[in-house]
Design a protein around this ligand. Structure first.
Ligand code: ACM
Ligand code: ZN
Length: 542
């Protein structure tokens, strides 16, 4: 029955363009259809009223050339005669706000900043794509008014459990840009591999970027659980040079996406410990981890050498990433080693701390204070709430929305990325094996996040008006334990990224049925871009 309904929705969706409804994902604040059509062809130009708009204009031209075969040129002088797409800044609009007006004479895109214009062009890209013909477009006249609800709309990519090429990382950024997302949270360090070159600590690459082999995971036929069936015996690794990191930061910035690096500490540091064993409580031996899960080995919080190391790493990180935020992890740091370590225990005593949770809090505060000297703010996973937290840290709530609620009630800024809605490594249907889904993360692949479930995230749930102001946005997380290649990665992030993008952009103006209708259209653009999205939703499987 669900499948028949999905086919019906798809059919209705294909008529939707004719029915003058909005095709845009994420849903704009308003879309008002008007009578008449605008013809665009290779004689049409994109006129930029301000030099700063040449770049978004050029990116827009590359989209419509690839997706419609429509060759437009960018001009800085007002044309006469041919219909133009005119781009300008309008300081009366918010930074990410835009107005898009398609008339029979041309298109006007006004944005509160370059960013706003870029978002207007992302919407125009979708309007142009959903027209008939090649090398030209006949766009229905309409007025679109739009601005995002949340200022932080992010996607996280773990390049540690599996690494991806420069081109693949750029394609991931392209996917974020298509959905008007503005943060790329780049998870760069892990137990299973250190992926960013740090010149002061060359062993991080020489030793920490390679694991000797990787566990092979299969489904246990008896209970459907994920289990290790052996090890592949193949060395695996790789890293991004500082030059490559700069290239990614620039590529993202050109698409109005800020890259937030994550250096995860004090846990998830086994690759660093393998590189510099003196940083661990037991001082070794350590090896880059070859299976998933949580390691008991963490950075020693008792010795000063650890803080020298962390500061040395972060000093290079802040040179590479201009982002306001630096993510310092803080998740899943077991306290076994600290309990048994004389140096850690000495620190607890000397600092008058109650326990190891407070020691972690001490650790995170020290790192936060170091970054503050350089004008940077920290983001940490919600565990950093556990031992007491500074008011200035932003919490990424992952263990559940309740962690974000707690953080907001404490007065901290919150990014909602609960594993109940935002973990894109989790399965997408209720019957993974029957539906041919690959092995997924989350309690042996048994935690399910359908498209509908992602869409249902309410970042404000249970919060009063004051607390709501502290929720700055939402994020989808792509952990890659079970995602070894980019085709599978796309299968996991699409179409659920669209759902989270619509929560972030269109909160307060959402409607799942209308979203479903528009997704059947956006899917065609995914096809055109060659994105290997998951088929389940489109087949009516949940
Ligand atoms: C996390 O999933 N460990 C943040
Ligand atoms: Zn220690």
């Amino acid at each position: 029955m669900k499948r028949i309904f999905a086919l019906f929705v798809a059919l209705v969706a294909s008529f939707a363009v004719m029915a003058s409804e909005s095709v845009i994902v994420p849903r704009p604040v308003s879309y008002e259809a008007k009578s008449g059509k605008l013809k665009l062809n290779s004689k049409s130009v994109v006129y930029v009223a301000d030099k700063s708009l040449v770049r978004p204009a050029a990116i827009f031209c590359s989209y419509v050339a690839a997706e419609k075969g429509l060759q437009l040129s960018v001009v800085e002088k007002l044309p006469n005669g041919e219909s133009a797409i005119s781009l300008s800044l309008d300081k009366s609009l918010g930074e990410e706000e835009y107005l898009l007006d398609v008339t029979t004479q041309g298109v006007v895109v006004k944005g509160g900043s370059e960013k706003g214009v870029f978002y207007g062009l992302q919407s125009l890209r979708q309007l142009v794509f959903h027209t008939k013909g090649k090398g030209k477009a006949v766009v229905k006249c309409a007025t679109v008014k739009d601005k995002p609800h949340f200022g932080y709309r992010g996607g996280m990519l773990d390049v540690c459990r599996h690494i991806f090429t420069m081109d693949e990382v750029k394609r991931y950024i392209d996917i974020l840009a298509l959905h008007k997302m503005n943060r790329f949270h780049w998870h760069l360090t892990e137990d299973q591999g250190w992926r960013i070159e740090i010149k002061k600590y060359p062993n991080l690459i020489k030793v920490g970027s390679m694991r000797k082999e990787t566990a092979v995971y299969t489904t246990n036929p008896k209970n459907g659980n994920t289990m290790i069936s052996g090890y592949d015996g193949k060395p695996y690794g790789g890293y991004f040079t500082q030059e490559q990191v700069r290239e990614i930061v620039k590529y993202a910035a050109e698409r109005y996406i800020e890259v937030i690096p994550e250096i995860d500490m004090p846990g998830h540091m086994v690759a660093a410990l393998a590189s510099y064993p003196e940083l661990g409580c037991k001082k070794g031996p350590y090896e880059v981890r070859t299976r998933w899960g949580i390691s008991k080995d963490v950075l020693c919080a008792g010795r000063e050498e650890t803080f020298e190391f962390v500061e040395g790493v972060l000093a290079e990180v802040i040179e590479l990433f201009p982002s306001k935020y630096i993510h310092i992890g803080g998740d899943e740091a077991p306290k076994h080693r600290w309990k048994a370590c004389p140096d850690c225990q000495k620190r607890i005593k000397e600092e008058g701390l109650k326990n190891e949770h407070e020691l972690q809090s001490y650790f995170m505060h020290r790192v936060e204070n170091f970054l503050a000297k350089y004008g940077r703010s920290v983001i940490g996973w919600d565990e950093i709430l556990d031992g007491g937290i500074s008011k200035t840290a932003t919490i990424m709530a992952w263990r559940g929305p309740h962690r974000g609620i707690k953080a907001a009630q404490l007065g901290n800024k919150v990014i909602m990325t609960p594993k109940t809605h935002c973990y894109l490594d989790y399965c997408q249907t209720s019957n993974r094996v029957a539906n041919g889904e690959p092995i997924c993360g989350g309690r042996n692949g048994k935690r399910i996040i359908t498209l509908r479930k992602s869409y249902s995230l309410n970042p404000y749930d249970q919060l009063n008006d004051e607390e709501r102001k502290l929720v700055i946005g939402v994020q989808g997380n792509m952990w890659t334990e079970y995602v070894a290649d980019f085709d599978l990665l796309q299968h996991m992030i699409l179409p659920r990224t669209a759902a989270l993008a619509e929560v972030g952009w269109s909160y307060g103006n959402q409607d799942y049925d209308d979203f479903a209708r528009r997704m059947h259209l956006l899917r065609k653009l995914y096809d055109k871009c060659g994105y290997k999205y998951a088929p389940y939703f489109f087949k009516g499987i949940e």
